[in-house]
Design a protein around this ligand. Structure first.
Ligand code: MG
Length: 473
């Protein structure tokens, strides 16, 4: 599937492939599920990359997997028959996390690391002192011992990557550093991938599970280095002279690879060799991307590229940085928004006018929140459907002021909803997750905490912060 030259998502047949590849000088490849699964190369991948390299294309590799150094990735590429690569072409989340900490930490400050030797090696390579990798035992038999174990005075960050030695002892120590340092101690995760797919359809728990454990203990959100955060693309741009209009992001996941590519204005190419299946892609007829960074202006590069994205930039003092992409499916009368917040949490909001539901799904949580559509929802949905056929400059003339609202939704947590009666769109989005009704309210009151907020902007130039709280039992 590819954009660039067409607003539609399409299968990359030979002629289209020539046009899309001819217009590109750089390709960014995800690795797991695109180039290889475990230790086995994906059939035909090495030969395809060989032809691209021979045609003079610049090939770079962007992977959320933090278990290898740049040098180890170049070796794996060589071993599996891919064209020779230099370490500077590799952008793994271990390298990008080390680079982030080198920029964010004061000189001499150290990181407490839950991660692999590869993560430690990348920190060493950029000169960030660190401690933590490898097995760790609890420092005594009782919780009082655990809470009094020595802490390194230099630690100003907790970094969470893939760690096969992850343990309660490490979780305990990570929390103690975060409690000691408060906001002055950074919390950084390499990625939020829930699982790592392996050859044969099996999978193992991914780094996202470990990041979630630390976030839960510390009651704060980590900054995530990996896709769909654009930080990884910024790493590539800092190394090479990249023109987004001549760059293709190749990946196997809509929610990481393709979402990052769309957020960064790249042409995106989804391979069906990994996580995302054709069924998940089918029906998404057009893609409207809205990139919200803080007075509405139109990005001319997207218009010139004639890409599948309508890209809007909204600026406003009170508006936090976030990225938002909408998938418009006219055949099913749905619009699905993918929203990544400033704190790098991703949520999906589905408007299904055929069945009359609005469904909210915070991606990190296995739960969906559901309410019935009202007249305003229908009006907003229709505007989004119409916008997907408009040019950006038409939108620019219509909108020049962003309005902000906050809405409170109370969660009715007593009884889960049976998905069978909810229609295909909600069922697909909320497969294997619990679904709860929510209802509009005045707000949680002083005694109850807001559970989470999802910030979303609509083509009507209205931005709403939708905040959830639990209603009393
Ligand atoms: Mg992948």
């Amino acid at each position: 599937m590819a954009g660039g030259g067409s607003r539609r998502c399409r299968r990359l047949e030979a002629e289209a492939a020539r046009a899309v590849l001819g217009a590109a000088d750089t390709l960014l490849f995800d690795c797991d599920g695109v180039l290889w699964r475990g230790e086995a190369a994906v059939g035909g991948a090495a030969a395809a990359l060989g032809r691209l390299a021979a045609a003079g294309k610049r090939l770079c590799y962007v992977t959320n997997n933090s278990s290898r150094t740049r040098a180890a990735y170049t070796e794996k590429l060589r071993r599996l028959g891919f064209p020779p690569a230099e370490p500077r072409h590799i952008f793994g989340s271990a390298y990008c996390a080390a680079r982030y900490l080198r920029q964010a930490l004061p000189p001499g400050a150290a990181a407490y690391v839950l991660g692999s030797p590869a993560l430690a090696a990348e920190l060493e390579a950029v000169g960030v002192p660190h401690l933590g990798p490898g097995p760790a035992a609890l420092p005594g038999p009782t919780p009082a011992d655990w809470a009094q174990a020595p802490l390194d005075p230099a630690v100003r960050a907790v970094l969470v990557g893939f760690d096969e030695h992850f343990s309660y002892a490490k979780l305990c120590q990570a929390l103690r550093y975060l409690l000691r340092g408060g906001p002055d101690c950074l919390l950084v995760g390499t990625n939020r991938d829930h699982r790592l797919p392996l050859e044969g359809g099996t999978a193992i728990p991914g780094t996202g599970c470990l990041v979630k454990a630390v976030e839960t203990a510390a009651q704060r959100e980590a900054f995530i280095v990996g896709k769909p955060n654009r930080y990884m693309f910024d790493c590539v741009v800092s190394e090479f002279n990249i023109d987004p209009a001549r760059t293709i992001m190749v990946g196997d996941r809509l929610d990481t690879d393709i979402l990052m590519g769309n957020s960064c204005g790249l042409t995106t190419l989804l391979t069906l060799t990994g996580v995302t299946t054709l069924d998940e892609v089918k029906g998404h007829q057009e893609i409207v991307g809205i990139s919200v960074v803080g007075v509405l202006s139109f990005s001319p590069s997207s218009a010139q590229a004639g890409s599948q994205l309508v890209r809007l930039t909204v600026q406003g003092q009170q508006d936090p940085l976030r990225n938002q992409t909408a998938l418009v499916d006219k055949s099913r009368s749905t619009v699905t928004y993918y929203i990544t917040s400033q704190s790098n949490h991703t949520a999906v909001v589905l408007y299904d006018s055929r069945n009359g539901y609005v469904c909210y799904k915070p991606v990190e949580q296995h739960v969906c929140y559901l309410r019935r559509m009202d007249a305003w929802d229908l009006q907003t949905l229709q505007m989004t459907l119409n916008t997907s056929e408009q040019r950006g400059d038409q939108l620019l003339r219509q909108n020049n002021q962003t309005e902000y609202y906050r809405e409170f939704l109370g969660i009715l947590a007593r009884q889960a909803v049976d998905p069978k009666s909810l229609g295909e769109a909600v069922q697909t989005l909320c497969e294997q997750t619990s679904i709860f009704w929510v209802r509009r309210g005045e707000g949680p009151g002083k005694q109850r905490l807001i559970y989470l907020c999802i910030d979303i902007c609509f083509p009507s130039n209205v931005c709403v912060s939708i905040c959830f709280y639990y209603l009393p039992e």
